[in-house]
Design a protein around this ligand. Structure first.
Ligand code: PMP
Length: 407
């Protein structure tokens, strides 16, 4: 068996056998969401068939099973991203809620009038808007690391932005619009040297690259389960233990308290302090199953296979007359973004859909970076390890046909 047997892997994903418009489904919208392997689907069913209960409360058998399953998922996340302990892992709905949690806890407590927050030009709206809202509320300033013409961050400009007022640097690991892999180790090191905390948005990275938050020394690292083969509605905030301990709660309610009287509430330590109410227990368990599945395949094998696919697809798109590829950084993963002169991006998307190919066309919730390249929208095929060169050939075939028809 080769180190990465894509045909065997594809059989793990039932939805890949779907047909769309009479054609086999070609799923190239993995940056929007990924499909779920049978291991995840079956884990969810097993949870509801054998373990379903609320957690951390009632002392009965199913509560114990559900609590064990939920805490086992937290252990798996801890290992998967290289955190030091499960106390550093908070379950939330997804990357968006994760960033809002950090803004409403760390941000509310640590960022004041005249302080500065640095983001990059590559950010998804989820890593812009919460900081803009916080800055407006506090009288703080949002500053932006520019990118070069290839779509890579300008580290020289970043260094100029850092100063003693910088409280937080919030930067993506991988751009969802261009696929740029940013130099996060360097970004974290420089941020810390200036006395700032650093949040990394790992929404587009954890399914493609090995991450070790402790080695990176990240203060916060966030991601969404649904982009790493897990269910929707579950995601993670990693926060350094000593940092989480000092932060106030976010939402109040059950689960997050140690003691309540009408005069005063004593809160639980992290992570429970940040998990008010009944959380998404089953999907957290599903996330654990998804990460175990990815671990079994091995992120190094995945990254090597996907690198080959990306090179193949990039070379193929470059053969299409007139096609303009956006995002040409040397360090890239899994995302291709392009425009085809003579066609609106939706027209390209529709033509691809006719052939069973799913891509995203639009602004990808990252308007600032597209406008940096003078665009409002691109066509964005995005890869996962279950894609094949044959699927890329079909994509290039349709795009080439369009290019030749219009000339
Ligand atoms: N950050 C990045 C880089 C993303 O790609 C996304 C999702 N497109 C998000 C944040 C937000 O994730 P979610 O919608 O799952 O909360």
């Amino acid at each position: 068996r080769p180190p990465f047997d894509v045909n065997a892997v594809r059989r793990d994903f039932p939805i890949l056998a779907e047909r769309v418009n009479g054609k086999p489904l070609i799923w190239l919208d993995n940056a929007a969401t990924t499909h779920k392997p049978r291991a995840v689907i079956e884990r969810l069913a097993a949870f509801y068939e054998h373990e379903n209960s609320n957690i951390h409360r009632a002392a009965h058998e199913l509560a114990a099973r559900a609590t064990d399953a939920y805490e086992d998922a937290r252990q798996t996340v801890t290992r998967f991203i290289g955190a030091r302990s499960p106390e550093e892992i908070v379950f939330v709905r997804g990357a968006t809620e994760a960033i809002n949690l950090v803004a409403q806890t760390f941000g509310k407590q640590q960022i004041g009038a005249g302080d500065e927050i640095i983001v990059s030009h590559l950010e998804h709206h989820a890593n812009i808007v919460p900081w803009q809202q916080l800055a407006a509320e506090k009288g703080a300033t949002l500053r932006v690391i520019p990118v070069d013409d290839d779509g890579q961050l300008r580290l020289d400009e970043y260094q100029k932005l850092l100063n003693s007022r910088t409280r937080l640097v919030a930067v993506t690991h991988v751009s969802n619009a261009l696929g740029t892999v940013t130099p996060i180790a360097e970004i974290i090191r420089l941020g810390h040297a200036a006395g700032a905390r650093v949040l990394i948005d790992g929404a587009q990275s954890v399914s493609h690259l090995r991450v070790n938050v402790a080695a990176l020394d990240a203060d916060f690292f966030v991601f969404s389960g649904h982009k790493v083969f897990a269910p929707t509605g579950i995601g993670v905030v990693y926060g350094k233990a000593e940092l989480l301990e000092t932060l106030p709660p976010w939402q109040g309610g059950g689960n997050m308290i140690a003691d309540v009287t009408f005069e005063k509430t004593v809160f639980q330590p992290a992570p429970m302090r940040f998990e008010a109410g009944t959380g998404n227990i089953a999907d957290a368990v599903g996330l654990g199953a998804a990460l175990k599945y990815v671990e079994r395949l091995g992120l190094d094998h995945i990254a090597a296979y996907e690198h080959g696919l990306l090179e193949y697809a990039t070379a193929g798109l470059k053969t299409v007359p007139g096609l303009r590829l956006i995002g040409t950084a040397r360090e890239k993963t899994s995302v291709l973004s392009f425009v085809l002169p003579g066609y609106r991006t939706e027209e390209v998307g529709h033509a691809l859909n006719e052939e069973g190919i799913a891509v995203r066309s639009g602004h990808h919730c990252a308007q600032p970076i597209l406008r940096r390249f003078g665009l409002e929208a691109t066509v964005r095929p995005s890869l996962a390890f279950y894609n094949t060169c044959a699927e890329i050939d079909t994509l290039i075939g349709v795009v080439s046909r369009l290019a030749h028809a219009r000339r």
